[in-house]
Design a protein around this ligand. Sequence first.
Ligand code: SAM
Length: 395
Amino acid sequence: MNRFFVVTPLDFETATLQEMKDIWPFLLGKDAKPHGLPFPDVQVLEGGLEFETELVVGVQLNFFLKTANRVLLRMASFKARDLPKFYQKFKSLPWLEYLHSSHVEWKIAAQKSRLNNEKRLQESAQSALQEIFPSKHSSEASGSIFIRMDDDLCTISLDTSGEHLHKRGWTALRGDAPLRETIASYMLKSLIGANADEINAVTLLDPMMGSGTLLVEARALWSGQFLRPYAFQKWKKAPKLFLSPSFALNYEIPAQPQFKKYLGFDISGNMVSIASANFAEVEKQLQQTGKKPFQAAANEFNHVDAIEEAQAPEGSDPLWMILNPPYGERLPVAINGGLPQLASVLCSRYKPQRIGILYPEKEKISPAPKGYRVLKENRINNGGLRCLFTVLTRL
Ligand SMILES: C[S@@+](CC[C@H](N)C(=O)[O-])C[C@H]1O[C@@H](n2cnc3c(N)ncnc32)[C@H](O)[C@@H]1O
């Protein structure tokens, strides 16, 4: 058994835990068949989830967790008050099973500890690795090691993810103020709630889609991301299963819910081209890794002003909307009266059955627009700005 820590954005912990529960039965064992292990005892901590499971199972969470930042493998946790003890313990860890050279990236944080000099901790750990890999030099880092000293407790972890998990590898083109994919997925899961079985009949509209992050994430919400590289695939003891280019075909995941149509508007023609290209890319990647026959998703992207001129195309009812409209100094709100007025106009113009809007906390949409009530409100830290994601439902 190995210990893992899934790093999540603050306040996303329970959403990530739910994602983990949903995908757990479908993860594979070494033999490429469902692993059959019971769901682990998960400690929900601030900013992450800690639990034990088999290596082959834990690393697969990278493919499926849409709201997580990364997955760390805990290598050791021990009390250390002096550098020689730290050095000895660090050197005794089984680095040879994972790394190819002493060239690694370091993430070190120390607080309230006798060993609180991060630079000295790194030098000590680096010299231990150089002893383990005396002759191996490589220009490419062979992994990332996280060291945390807190109250003299040293926790050493090895990154299994590589690039941050919000980098899905399917949206090459970005607009102004793009939404982080982890936040987009969190918003979508909150919008959908327990109604996933209804969405096959629903058109999803982002009326201010920018580069289309919300629509692209909605399209792939329950699919794995298999085509981007993950750090664990380079390990010496990487499970062989994941080295085969077609390993994704082993997953026996039942057909996933899909919106009836993915609809996007933007006032900028450039954004419409970018969003269309991003959506086409995710479709292509899903087709490449999914089971046959592939079901393409209906989609439409229009260059229109969502406030003044656009209409939802015929047949769009029931319509759900989701958006992060422009706000802040760089992108002022696109309507006089600010966000409460924008919410009112969108509700009366499109009459969505459900609408979820991300906006700064200080601009609270209250009271709800006429004919609507607040279904839920989630706090989200969007790039340092305290925001609310409010879901309204038609009365
Ligand atoms: C904050 S960005 C959305 C970012 C998007 N979620 C993404 O991840 O790329 C807001 C978008 O609203 C668009 N916009 C502003 N006013 C609009 C209007 N009246 N109608 C349609 N789009 C509008 C802007 O062009 C911009 O692309």
